[in-house]
Ligand binder design. Sequence first.
Ligand SMILES: Nc1ncnc2c1ncn2[C@@H]1O[C@H](COP(=O)(O)OP(=O)(O)O)[C@@H](O)[C@H]1O
Ligand SMILES: [Mg+2]
Length: 508
Amino acid sequence: MNETIERLIDAIRSRDALVFIESVEEQEVTRDLQAIALSLKQSLISWNPVQHFRDITPQGGIGAMSPMGQVESLAKMLFEINDYAGDAIFVLQDVNFLLNDRTPPSELAILIRNFKLLKQSLRTTNKTIVVIGNHYNLPCELEDDFAFIRRSRPDKDELMKILLSFVAAQHWENQLSADPIVRDMIIDAARGLTADQARSSFAKAFLANGNLDEKAISFLLDQKKQIIQRNDLLEYYDATTTMDSVGGLLYLKEWLKKRKKTFSEEARNLGIQEPKGLLVFGVPGGGKSLTAKAVSGMWQMPLLRFDIGRVFGQFVGQSESNMREALNIAEAIAPCILWIDEMEKGFAGASGGHETTTRVLGNFLTWMQEKKSTVVVIATANDITRLPDEFIRKGRFDEMFFVTTPNINERTEILEIQLRKHKLNPEHFDIPKLSQLTKDRTGAEIEQAIMEAKINAFNENKAPTTDDIYDAFRSVVPIWSSFRAKVDSPEYKQIIKAAKPASPQDSQ
Ligand SMILES: Nc1ncnc2c1ncn2[C@@H]1O[C@H](COP(=O)(O)OP(=O)(O)O)[C@@H](O)[C@H]1O
Ligand SMILES: [Mg+2]
């Protein structure tokens, strides 16, 4: 029995006459409800504005209801439910389209009152109303009247059941790998998908590959990437970037390396806590985003890039449900990294007023403190002073690291990494000289200069030299010259004090 079913049965037994289930999987919820109707020996009656009332009690359940006829309006429908004589669970679809902030006020007032009255009168009956919706956006006046249940995405056990029953239904048993390790990898590749999406991915993988074996795994992962990308909130990255591509940032790297072991069974048995979140802030181009991506390689966890600015929707309640949806997916994919890049921009772009932003932010912070699954938040920011105070308060993130321009040793490392990345041999360049001459230049600027020098040399039909790279630097004003003023402001300095330096600093 899944958690949703348990919570629903509790709600029905304790006579919560009105229940809202938030789920993107209408069919799965309906299936859950059918199982409940069977075990509670009640009828299951669905209603939506197109098909009206229908008896969807599963076979073996108690007798069908008498038809209630064409009932198109919400008010009439509630009236019919009130009058209905038997025990039943009424599952209502599309209610959130008929009852929201665009409903005319006079109509809205009546509907809200109807729901409230119905709640009271149903209390003494065995009738329950279950509303299903993608996201909860009923009028706030009804917030306390509905018991709220969110249906999580399937976990590993459920996905395995889905896979096996799907394979059996298609008679594809022989095409599914018998190797338990491969099966586990198949399930892992589907984690984060809804039941429907998982089924459709399995089907596509069969069709593309002929079998569901290890060769289908990359196909499944690719499918998942596409599906997750579709909601615009999250972007999925495999754990491919490694720390070898990051120069310097020694203290930050050490911290991350030590945390890797906290995810092991052994650490868990010893009661060692895994990190909840990390905040990395500082100069643009300093390698913050690059490091976030490399953590996924170091920890061997997929990375979900979370665009927090897209959470804020136009309609009442939409921001909250977008936030829940994103966190829901992250929890289903866990263990994973939830990366919020340039976090201050996401909140700055928030529409829907200050109140919504604060509430959604509050939801996020609460989730971060209370989450049970391994979803490590890595947030990056340039202008940390633009982040709401709640974020920087002690204890929110396990640690905050401040990234400034690289010291001379770091510049050496970055120059070597970037030269190699751009297919140049570091031995052909005077690295000590370039390291000396690039004080106050960021990693991104070092990379830019190398690319620029390559293009210039290419146009002159020659190989780039140390001087070409140096020339490329001289034509650009370092970002540090303007960013420094920000870092020197009292507010920024205050936050730096509460943070750790990402690397040892020297005077050069
Ligand atoms: N410390 C570094 N080591 C190696 N490359 C770096 C470093 N910092 C920046 N870069 C290069 O500059 C690019 C942009 O840096 P990025 O990580 O986006 O900076 P930030 O997120 O701090 O603004 C990186 O993809 C990388 O190629
Ligand atoms: Mg960045």
